[in-house]
Design a binder for this molecule. Structure first.
Ligand SMILES: *Cc1c(COP(=O)(O)O)cnc(C)c1O
Length: 235
């Protein structure tokens, strides 16, 4: 497809999503500035990721380390979020490129991040992934583990926990995600006081293409959107 036309169609998609975000904020009595769109570019070309930056989208995300490293190097101006499972042997290459790591799913990973961030003398901002829907195939801490985690993170000085991330079980009906999102928000409210500065559990990364409006109503501050922005665009 012609690049000009592609960019125009992308701009239209962004506008539709923007309107939906604004409506959900209004319904929830929230201000638009509380909610950040993070475009998940894993299903599209680097070319489209670059177009997003031109269209004013500042925050991009990938879920596979190799592709994350490659794209973050090509488009260093974006705020890059990593949203997939990160093995500890990939921490060293990932840290210099990441703005926010959404998917911390083990104490061992927290320890590796602390060691690497200390070595680099540079703090790293992370979210703890909550497996609130308790699906065996999903990564993340069980809710009760998160309730207990503050007892085991007193030594963290370079890792700054900024909130929780979750994925609801996939369903056609977004209302099915509401319980999971509300539970994760409650979990955050419960543990927030146990994470003194430099931690600050201000973020809730929840809501994908199928359920982001419900996520906004339940307090999401970061929306991770792919399909709703890109489906069918490059055909
Ligand atoms: C792919 C992905 C998304 C985006 O999902 P869509 O349904 O395409 O919006 C969000 N979060 C994670 C962790 C992902 O892997």
């Amino acid at each position: 497809m012609d690049r000009t036309l592609l960019k125009q169609r992308l701009a239209e998609r962004l506008e539709v999503v923007e309107q939906r975000i604004q409506s959900a904020c209004r319904r929830a009595g929230r201000v638009r500035e509380e909610v950040q769109l993070v475009a998940v570019t894993k299903s599209v070309s680097v070319d489209i990721a670059a177009m997003l930056l031109n269209l004013g989208i500042t925050d991009l995300a990938e879920n596979r380390p190799q592709e994350f490293w490659r794209r973050a190097a090509i488009l260093p101006k974006a705020n890059w979020h990593f949203i997939g499972h990160l093995q500890r042997n990939k921490v060293e290459r990932t840290l210099p490129l990441v703005c926010l790591l959404h998917s911390v799913d083990s104490l061992r990973l927290l320890d590796s991040l602390e060691a690497e961030a200390k070595k680099r003398q540079c703090p790293v901002e992370v979210l703890l992934e909550a497996n609130a829907s308790r699906e065996a195939a999903k990564h993340g801490f069980a809710p009760e583990e998160i309730l207990d985690l503050h007892r085991q993170v007193g030594h963290l000085q370079h890792v700054r926990v900024q909130g929780l991330m979750t994925m609801a079980a996939y369903s056609e009906n977004p209302e099915e995600s509401r319980g999971t999102f509300a539970a994760v928000r409650n979990l955050r409210d419960q543990v927030k006081q146990h994470f003194p500065p430099p931690h600050d559990l201000r973020h809730l990364s929840m809501g994908m293409s199928n359920d982001f409006e419900v996520a906004i109503e339940e307090g999401a501050t970061l929306l991770r959107l792919g399909t709703v922005l890109f489906e069918g665009l490059e055909e």
